[in-house]
Design a protein around this ligand. Structure first.
Ligand code: FDA
Length: 305
């Protein structure tokens, strides 16, 4: 119930205007988001890499509605990749891209062209690109774009969401050699016709999908803060004889930072998903929906100026 109310607000432009206009303390920005600008992103990335972590950077923004905004998102990614290369933060840092930020909803060919430009720049910078996965109406389109990008850039990865009923089949399809799959539980409000609704069903699906990826020839990226998921992944890696460099853990910036460092010290690759930029509303609301405890923190921050 709580989750669906918050996720409904996440999709409401009226709620977005209200919250974005409210005075918001740096506390929220500093905890879950690297900051508003490229310099913040590069500084935080450098610190995380210094702590033995890997990074994937997300320039905040989604559901772009104008060609100018889509172009601006592409240009920011190009600047980001230049910045990462200049600061010698690649290949430990890569980028995560939402096709909706590049205009997927109104011109998918253009979005693909922009994603391709980002892949070219990432290749020059010596790093990789992972496509985020958004709501289920975009899954087919995102996987089609992925397939075409991978013809020229075989290292492009994608996120798959265990809450979708289709994802086990997608994992089978994409578990081949060279494939980089980020397995997450899924962060959007989805109908029962396409998605498991209970935590237990989602968790069971996650484990089935993980088994497929760990048994396959690709590179599984286990994106979860769930201690049981982490323990099962460690177990499956042993079972399928995968060494520490044949899969990785991924967690969000600001979530379980001690666990991120603990796993890295154990020798695992741990990649932190680092968002930056000013369009934080949708991202923050999904974090609130995942964890009611974050709501009190957020409410305090809204009141604190
Ligand atoms: P879940 O929310 O199910 O919680 C399980 C347990 O984990 C909790 O009971 C608690 O023990 C622990 N836990 C969770 N959050 C915690 C916290 N803040 N502090 C302490 N303990 C906590 N989604 C999507 O739809 N598309 C995408 O492209 C991506 N991309 C992505 C990248 C990365 C790197 C990550 C980590 C996640 C995503 N997601 C995503 C989000 C994902 O789908 C999911 O919504 C969140 O990760 C929450 O699910 P979890 O598996 O982390 O645990």
């Amino acid at each position: 119930m709580f989750r669906s109310v918050i996720l409904a607000a996440a999709g409401s432009s009226r709620a977005e205007r209200l919250v974005q206009r409210a005075p918001i303390s740096r506390g929220v920005v500093n905890r879950f988001i690297a900051g508003s600008g490229l310099d913040d992103a590069l500084r935080v990335t450098g610190e995380l890499i210094g702590d033995g972590l890997a990074v994937t950077l997300d320039y905040l923004g989604e559901d772009t509605t104008t060609p100018a905004d889509a172009e601006a998102a592409r240009d920011e990614y190009l600047r980001l990749l230049d910045g990462l290369a200049t600061a010698e933060l690649t290949p430990a840092a890569e980028v995560s891209v939402k096709l909706s930020a590049l205009g997927q909803a109104f011109d998918v060919e253009r979005a693909e062209e922009y994603a391709r430009a980002i892949c070219v720049k990432a290749t020059e910078a010596g790093t990789t690109v992972t496509l985020d996965m958004e709501d289920h109406t975009t899954t087919d389109s995102t996987l089609e774009v992925l397939a075409r990008l991978r013809e020229d850039f075989p290292t492009v990865g994608v996120a798959l969401q265990a809450y979708l009923r289709r994802t086990e089949a997608d994992c089978r399809e994409l578990a081949g050699g060279g494939s980089r799959i980020r397995l997450c539980k899924g962060a959007y409000a989805e109908p029962e016709s396409v998605a498991y609704q209970t935590r237990l069903d989602v968790d069971k699906s996650y484990v089935r999908c993980m088994n497929i990826l760990m048994a396959g020839d690709g590179y599984p990226m286990i994106a979860s803060h769930d201690p049981r998921v982490v323990a099962i992944a460690e177990d499956r890696a042993k079972w399928f004889d995968r060494s520490c460099d044949e899969f990785e853990f991924q967690m969000l910036y600001g979530v379980r930072p001690e666990e991120q460092r603990r796993l890295a010290k154990e020798g695992y690759t741990v990649r932190v998903y680092v968002p930056y930029g000013t369009q934080w509303y949708g991202y923050m609301m999904r974090r609130l929906a995942e964890r009611p405890a974050n709501l009190a923190f957020f409410a305090r921050a809204l009141r604190s100026r």
